[in-house]
Design a protein around this ligand. Structure first.
Ligand SMILES: Nc1ncnc2c1ncn2[C@@H]1O[C@H](COP(=O)(O)OP(=O)(O)O)[C@@H](O)[C@H]1O
Ligand SMILES: [Mg+2]
Length: 193
């Protein structure tokens, strides 16, 4: 078993063709609140992995507390290839439209949470996802992604964002969500963590 990454939230292990994602204790949080939070995010991630209507890892098992086992997606993060292939942003937009139309908000959309495997973008990291059909929630999801694009992919930002929106036009609520996005941007209080 090999440790692949240790992020703010979780440790990721690779065991043959399986990924084990373990949400670890955070000492700065109150113990009970911390274990509740880890449990809630683990359960949410497992549930969304089962319902997400675009390519993603398959859920293999979860203890419903802190561990998720899923299949390993071999390929680069979109973060490492988007600058060379900004057209990928169109596929991201199309897939986000499908996700939003199915009532799911990702909650942490960045190009680090997408893996390119077999020329197909796979979405990962659903611990902050939730179920909502509100235009407001969709607009905030888009706004956070736009900020992530601007900071991590500033060289291709304008082109990439344009492609992304072209793809997102497939959403059933495209116009309403874009109207809402204007409001979100005017308020400007959502900052990427
Ligand atoms: N199913 C998977 N297949 C391949 N790599 C993965 C998989 N799940 C996670 N990873 C890798 O581990 C990193 C962290 O996982 P992620 O679920 O994004 O957790 P977090 O960002 O909360 O630490 C990802 O950016 C990716 O590189
Ligand atoms: Mg992540």
């Amino acid at each position: 078993m090999k440790r692949l990454s240790s992020g703010a939230e979780a440790i990721i292990f690779l065991d043959k063709d399986k990924i084990i994602k373990k949400r670890v204790e955070k000492k700065y949080r109150h113990e009970r609140i911390d274990s509740q939070l880890r449990k809630a995010r683990t359960r949410r991630e497992a549930k969304v992995l089962e319902k997400i209507p675009v390519s993603s890892p398959k859920l293999i098992e979860s203890d419903g507390q802190e561990i998720i086992v899923m299949n390993y997606l071999k390929g680069p993060k979109v973060r490492d290839v988007l600058d060379k292939k900004p057209l990928l942003a169109k596929e991201i937009g199309e897939k986000l439209a499908r996700i939003h139309d199915s009532g799911i908000i990702h909650g942490d959309l960045t190009t680090s949470n997408m893996i390119l495997k077999d020329k197909d973008i796979h979405f990962i990291d659903f611990g902050l996802s939730f179920f909502s059909a509100k235009e407001e929630d969709k607009a905030v999801d888009i706004h956070l992604f736009k900020q992530a694009l601007e900071s991590k992919h500033y060289k291709v930002f304008e082109k990439a964002y344009e492609y992304f929106i072209q793809g997102y036009k497939k959403s059933k609520k495209f116009k309403q969500t874009m109207e809402r996005l204007k409001n979100v941007e005017k308020r400007g209080r959502y900052k990427k963590k």
